[in-house]
Design a protein around this ligand. Sequence first.
Ligand SMILES: Nc1ncnc2c1ncn2[C@@H]1O[C@H](COP(=O)(O)OP(=O)(O)OP(=O)(O)O)[C@@H](O)[C@H]1O
Length: 252
Amino acid sequence: MKLLEMKHVGKSFGELEVLKDISMEVEEGEVVAIIGPSGSGKSTLLRCATLLETMDKGVLKYCGEAATDNAEREATHYVSRQQLAQLKNNFGLVFQNFNLFPHYSVLKNVTDAPIHVQKRDRDEVYKEARELLRKVGLAEKENSYPGQLSGGQQQRVAIARALAMNPKMLFFDEPTSALDPEITAGILKVLRELAQEKMTMVIVTHEIAFARKVADRVIFMDSGVIVEQGKPEDVIDNPDNERTKAFLQKLS
Ligand SMILES: Nc1ncnc2c1ncn2[C@@H]1O[C@H](COP(=O)(O)OP(=O)(O)OP(=O)(O)O)[C@@H](O)[C@H]1O
């Protein structure tokens, strides 16, 4: 089953055309890494996929259900606000800067939205949240505040918080770029465990080694288009396209 479909997506900021006729799909259970040079449109694509940015053109679907009501390639109209809120329940988001509530404890950061937004049973949410904190290796930290944690620990709280909403898929925007390599390994471990449990994930990353280790499929973007995509061993180790080759060579 396709959890995410984007067809012929276009997005400009003023004169700057940032996404040019992008089409991509994500299958249930797949881990997709999006790589590419700075300014190639990776974050904008992720922001369009997660309804943080409106597209100018194109179709967006979650689990076959349209978030846009337009015909392909015509101006985009999103479904109603209420439907949008429901569609947002399909996915969780993890950002580079963690976005935790500084005045909430770790446990409250994880439980707040399931209780107050999803209106789920309090006891059940607390039980699940403690299990999630154990899973990301932070069981001992439930009463700490974000400011008392390292960057890597904060990022693991952010992952637990996203998982607490029971999403069908998780989107990550540069989850490790604020972290040093040793701490990145801890995040990689958590993501690999999630991948083993068949959590569907889309990860925008600058880190090619990270993409290679975690992704089933790598998408290389340049200047607002998808230039090449496939298995990490093909796209990263054996790219077909000259632009991909040039990008990877520059990094090595
Ligand atoms: N809200 C905005 N208003 C105007 N221009 C924007 C906005 N958001 C992004 N851009 C521009 O769109 C282009 C693509 O940005 P985007 O952040 O999607 O690239 P990226 O591939 O994620 O880059 P990076 O790897 O540096 O994060 C850049 O030129 C950026 O300056």
